[in-house]
Design a protein around this ligand. Structure first.
Ligand code: MCF
Ligand code: ZN
Length: 326
């Protein structure tokens, strides 16, 4: 069984989180930015826990300062994803990082990321769409500005809205207004939940934000009534097992709840989150899952079909994806 050759659909990546350490170091050198504390002796990203990861992520990615930097990063990310058989991917990006919340600047970043996506589609046949991301641990007021940026750029490339960051900060109900803005504009909705916060955070994302997908969501397994709610409401999980293991949520692939969630009828998909941070790739994710749960090609085909159906792209793209998976 050669899972590497399988066409794959990945719904959960972060653009900055796809930057290899060498990419960040080169930019830091060019811009004379001091990155002490970001890397270990071997030159890998170094962090001990979830909150430390968020700090290192933000310190490292502070060297990305222009639309041109994001253009280069988008091309690098898509080349690597295409090498892993990925034919379609969605990525979290934030006006808080791209242009500091300024709408005019944000539009330039979107233009750069869209241009790089078009180039990669021509050269590598891979499609990328963007999910605009309010940051949970930034001021709640900023989320409305982010929603305004999202709505203003919603279209062919920007397709969704989805909060990320520290699950310990701010209640979801505080972000309901920003989500309403995005929903009323017709955007697709997701939210990081059920990763560092427990099962109730998954329930809150469904009820308070009205999302159709959840980033992670794996801790729903701690409350079977939340699992039942996921099934009943047809909510799709963007599961990132390698990320969860690297951040210490589960101690091994065998202990990861993805298979139990799937067995309970939850729609699961598989993604990498931030590959160089977590030392993973889509091929690694698939091979580890196949080994841990004796999953065959049929299971991965089912997962990719679920992902194509839950993708935030338009129906023409979806139809093409479903044909490619056949
Ligand atoms: O999914 C992982 C872990 N859980 C929560 N947030 C993030 C993950 N990777 C990146 N993030 C955050 C990151 O800290 O998302 C934001 C940053 O605040 C970037 S998305 C534009
Ligand atoms: Zn994530």
């Amino acid at each position: 069984m050669n899972l590497n050759a399988l066409p794959k659909i990945e719904l959960h990546t972060h653009l900055e989180g796809a930057a290899p350490p060498e990419f960040i170091r080169r930019l830091a050198q060019e811009k004379h930015v001091d990155l002490s504390g970001v890397f270990d002796d071997e030159g890998n990203y170094a962090f001990d826990n979830f909150l430390h990861f968020l700090k290192v992520y933000e310190a490292a990615t502070a060297v990305l300062q222009t639309p041109e930097d994001y253009h280069r990063l988008t091309l690098a990310m898509l080349e690597k994803s295409a090498d892993n058989g990925v034919i379609y991917t969605e990525t979290f990006v934030s006006p808080d990082f791209c242009g500091g919340g300024d709408l005019g600047a944000w539009k330039e970043y979107v233009h750069a990321m869209q241009d790089a996506s078009d180039m990669a589609e021509k050269t590598h046949g891979i499609v990328l769409k963007g999910i605009v991301t309010p940051i949970r641990h930034f001021e709640v007021g900023k989320a409305k500005e982010v929603a305004r940026c999202a709505v203003e750029t919603f279209g062919d490339w920007v397709v969704g809205f989805g909060i990320g960051g520290d699950e310990g900060a701010g209640k979801f109900s505080d972000f309901a207004y920003a989500y309403d803005m995005a929903r009323e504009a017709g955007m697709h909705l997701t939210a990081h939940a059920g990763e560092f916060a427990g099962a109730q955070s998954v329930r809150s994302a469904i009820r308070d934000l009205g999302v159709s997908r959840i980033g992670h969501g794996v801790r729903a397994i701690e409350d079977m009534s939340v699992v039942a709610e996921l099934v009943e409401r047809d909510v799709v999980l963007e599961v990132c097992p390698g990320s969860n293991i690297a951040l210490g949520l589960f101690s091994s692939w065998e202990e990861h709840p993805i298979a139990r969630l799937r067995d309970a009828g939850v729609k699961v998909t598989v993604s990498t989150d931030d590959p160089p941070f977590f030392h993973t790739t889509m091929n690694d994710e698939y091979n580890n899952l196949a080994r841990a749960f004796a999953w065959g090609e049929d299971v991965f085909k089912e997962i990719n079909t679920t992902a194509a159906k839950a993708a935030f792209c338009n129906d023409t793209t979806r139809k093409t994806l479903l044909e490619k998976l056949e």
